[in-house]
Design a protein around this ligand. Sequence first.
Ligand code: ATP
Length: 357
Amino acid sequence: MSISVELNQITKAFDTTVAVNDISLTIAPGELFFLLGPSGCGKSTLLRVLAGFYRPDAGELLFDGEVMNNVPPHQRNTGMVFQNYALWPHMTVRENIEYGLRLRKLEKSTRKEKIATVLEMVEMADYRDRPVNTLSGGQQQRIALARALVIEPSVLLLDEPLSNLDAALRQNLRDEIKDIHSRTQITTLYVTHDQVEAISMADRMAIMKDGVFVQVGTPREIYQYPADPFVASFVGETNFITGNIQEISNGKATIETPVGVLHTESVHHDFTPGQEVSCSIRPETIHLNGNSVPNQLTAKVGAVTYLGRVEEYELSIADSLKLKAIIHNPGTETKKPGDTVNISMSPKAIVPLPTND
Ligand code: ATP
């Protein structure tokens, strides 16, 4: 049965560093929730507060409505997977997984059954009697996952579980973790600084910076409607054009910028005329060969990089602004460095965001 996790104004400081600063969040039963943020923003600290390794200085942590602040880690029924696997290297796969079951004083036959089920789940049934130090990194991480899952945790905590693995393995394990999660429906908190991992797997995610949440939402909401320039550039690639709000009417804005007036379709912040904004424009929303849409600019082509599935263009506008455009499914015809092009951006693609000052 899945449980909810609630954080009410949790703060945790180390001397003068406030690693987690007054954070509130509710993770729904069965949700796969991601914490995403740059190094040092407080992700691991928050995860450790949930696991019970750190006690918050202030605030309340609840599992299914029950306050956990004073419950020691081993009584919280959380399963944890670390970046460095943290397995016992000389023990076999079975012995590593069995440890938590022995602590819970389960019968031998029950232990055997549960180990078999969980090894099946992580596709490692054939490795049961191998010492873990004879396994590859990816296999060891599967065993670490099996060890966390075998106790049937109420909450699964994953701390950068894939960052020691190569790209192909990461992709594989992402799919597997997502699949295991959808089968088990364990409420899961997953910490990463890899935005692709978060976007491709999360039900919802929090973008964290300096101990606080800058934005919480689904991957789609965060990618399409970032709260500020930090989120826009941390999640996905983007371009910025800074300007001032000229007019807002019917939820649409016109923005005066050094390269001309830009028109947006919808505005998701309370802006006032004259206010400085930073317009986020994703590279894939910039079209070469402008047609009759309102946002047209003349650009000079810089470097062109053909990548098969996409082609990337560096563009400069009036020598003062550089933009990156990504064209999907590029044909045989290509623009060349030095060419002059008319670029266009639909009003939907212009996302004005508050600047930080
Ligand atoms: P990374 O992605 O690099 O693991 P993170 O987002 O997980 O970073 P934390 O490890 O939670 O960040 O650290 C948040 C802040 O708290 C950092 O400034 C860090 O130096 C500090 N910090 C974390 N643990 C301790 C500790 N045990 N003692 C003192 N300071 C700490």
